[in-house]
Ligand binder design. Structure first.
Ligand SMILES: Nc1ncnc2c1ncn2[C@@H]1O[C@H](COP(=O)(O)OP(=O)(O)OP(=O)(O)O)[C@@H](O)[C@H]1O
Length: 246
């Protein structure tokens, strides 16, 4: 796939923090409508890579494009409003009601019916009207993650970045919220980049998986290929340790 036709593309991306090299030369293309998972242990560079696509991280070297256009071209705010984002821990504004949180991007985009869009997004993630005036701190973990997902999807973006969106949930709640995500993706067809340290989650939700280690992508493959033909060494060991090796 050419960079121009990819929804998301990174080429030769390097990012350093002092002596730490968070990204050591990453190439990644995500085709429109596909879901790619970034997996790897803590500190492997997943979040840093994800955040280059909405320009919360600027690379030291390399090129990042979104919809075929360098991320540096649009104003950063315009770029960010055009992309759904679920940050780690949900990122809800604590002093805003649920409805106000979800209406944020539609309002920033000056869409006339921001609140109606927010209500519809909440409905789609299974939260009824009685959630509108509640506060983030009063929500359960699963409800909070649903609100974060609704917020990312409210303006119907064609690209969504998700950073551990189902982290810190019990297994049952996790699989509920995962199902909401999968249903929304099937319905709306957005491109997704999903950071997770959970290989099972990546296998269940993504069209393909990029395994990161020390700022590099070691292998990028469809789940079934990764399972049957993992790169020898680290990737094979990671699958063994997660108990998912074929
Ligand atoms: N703002 C920053 N300042 C200094 N170092 C940073 C910063 N952001 C990331 N790093 C370092 O870059 C490396 C990659 O971090 P990153 O958060 O991308 O990893 P990760 O794979 O997402 O980890 P986790 O799963 O724990 O979130 C780590 O060594 C981290 O300490």
């Amino acid at each position: 796939m050419s960079r121009a036709s990819a929804a998301l593309s990174a080429e030769g991306v390097v990012r350093r923090y002092g002596r730490t090299t968070a990204l050591a030369g990453v190439d990644l293309d995500v085709a429109p409508g596909r879901c790619t998972a970034l997996v790897g242990e803590s500190g492997s560079g997943k979040t840093t890579l994800l955040r280059t696509f909405n320009r919360l991280v600027e690379p030291d070297e390399g090129t990042v494009t979104v919809r075929g256009r360098p991320v540096a071209e649009p104003a950063p705010e315009a770029l960010r409003r055009s992309i759904g984002y679920v940050p780690q821990h949900g990122g809800l504004l604590p002093h805003w009601t649920v409805l106000a949180n979800v209406a944020l991007v539609p309002r920033l985009l000056a869409l006339a019916d921001a609140e109606a869009l927010a209500r519809a997004a909440l409905e789609r993630v299974g939260l009824g009207k009685d959630f509108d005036e509640r506060w983030p701190r009063g929500l359960s973990g699963g409800e909070r993650q649903r609100v974060a997902l609704a917020r990312a999807l409210a303006a119907d973006p064609d690209i969504v970045l998700l950073d551990e969106p189902f982290g810190a949930l019990d297994a049952l709640t996790r699989s509920d919220v995962q199902r909401v995500f999968a249903d929304q993706r099937a319905e709306r067809g957005f491109t997704a980049l999903l950071v997770t340290h959970d290989l099972r989650e990546a296998i269940a939700l993504a069209d393909d998986i990029a395994v990161m280690r020390e700022g590099r992508i070691l292998q990028r493959a469809a789940p079934e290929v990764l399972l049957t033909d993992p790169a020898p060494g680290y990737v094979a060991e990671l699958l063994q340790r997660a108990g998912v090796a074929a």
